[in-house]
Design a protein around this ligand. Sequence first.
Ligand code: ARG
Length: 474
Amino acid sequence: MILHLMSSSKQATWGGRFSELPSEKMIAFGESISFDARLAPFDVQCSKAHSAMLAHVGILTPEERDSIHTGLDQVMKKIEVGEFEWKTELEDVHMNIEQALLDITPAAAKLHTARSRNDQIATDIQLYLKSASLDLIQGLKACASKLLDHAANHLEDAAPSYTHLQRAQPITIAHYCLAWVEMLWRDIEEFQAAHERANVCPLGSGALAGTTLKIDREFSAKQLGFTDNQGNPIVSSNSLDTVASRDSLLKFAFACAQTAIHFSRLSEDWILWASAEFNFINLPDAYTTGSSLMPQKRNPDALELTRGKSARIQGNLTTLLTLLKAQPLTYNRDLQEDKPPVFDSHDQLLQIVDLFADLLGKIDFNLERLEEAALDPMLFATDVADFLVEKGMPFRDSHHVVGKLVAKAEETGISINELDVEVTSQISPLLDEKFREVFKFKRSIERRNATGMPNPNRNKAQIDGWRSKLEKLN
Ligand code: ARG
């Protein structure tokens, strides 16, 4: 990006009433071009729609409109190839593009009719958020589908589950993977909601109170694709709210924060799982690094960085909330600071999602180790309590009985499922020889067969359900 500082030139867009140019310090302080230049494609799109609308209502001639459109295309081409000279004294993306257009066509002087940078930036942002939300949905779809592949490959393979990071009950790898798919699906829904919130056209709200000129806001909205399923235009309904609100940014930043939390928690699980202590998972070499000092090390950097970047993404949401909390209606220049945190959340999350879409396909589960941990007979203690419940014992009592059984196993050093019937029947007469059946993984997993449980047939049906849901995400 070519950045150029030229404080001597006249500030052409709002300089009329000023006797003195902004100081170099003010120019450097006030510019946003160093970060909002990325909105250029949306700004150009917005200006094209606006000029088309102005021609539609007779404020521009068709020739003026066409010369503006051709000029904007030329400007965009220059930007794309990196030959555009961004000028800091022109503050932002809007003024840079408009000034460049003025060098191409005099009609550009009419482009800002019935428009303010306040409704312009609001429109650019909505267009940007719609596009960013769709990109992230595609990335999340790819991640979810990799998790479904693992689930399908490991429908009946055992894994331990945890609460308090203590082994809890046996589950399957499939059920574990499907838990993450649930989370990613909710993330997709958050981005769909963010997309919907951004699908409202601000253009035509002017600085804050619209315009005295006869414009057609619905025409602009249609041009820009702010439409419902039937193709009807969606325009914002209060000009003050339109230029003051950044709720669509908030919604997007929250969607990023929630998604980042999910990837961070997954990373945390797998950092543990990849350690020698767990040894449940093998991470691909491509996503680990070595130590400069300890030759044996294989560090899970990609996962650790995901955990770290998620902190940044939470921070960005907080920045945005704090930015908004004390602003009087309507637009205040503070709002310019809304963009860096949101761009950062978008960029960081997109990197995370892209990385996982690849990494998820390259991990493998250490089935032996997972099974060994899952089939620890102690994990079937609740199954034994349920077994007693089926024989008519109240659960509070059966919990107590199994507690005694566990204590006996610990005391004698004999595995809970191998305790002599003489011993077990003393604890409860209902603990006859048949109680050993309970320790079979297949029995345990198949009996967990109501909605949301790890029964393999249920999981299989869920996988099919998820695949068709993902498929429909265009
Ligand atoms: N760069 C500005 C922003 O990002 C654009 C709007 C400027 N509006 C104004 N009244 N100064 O918020």
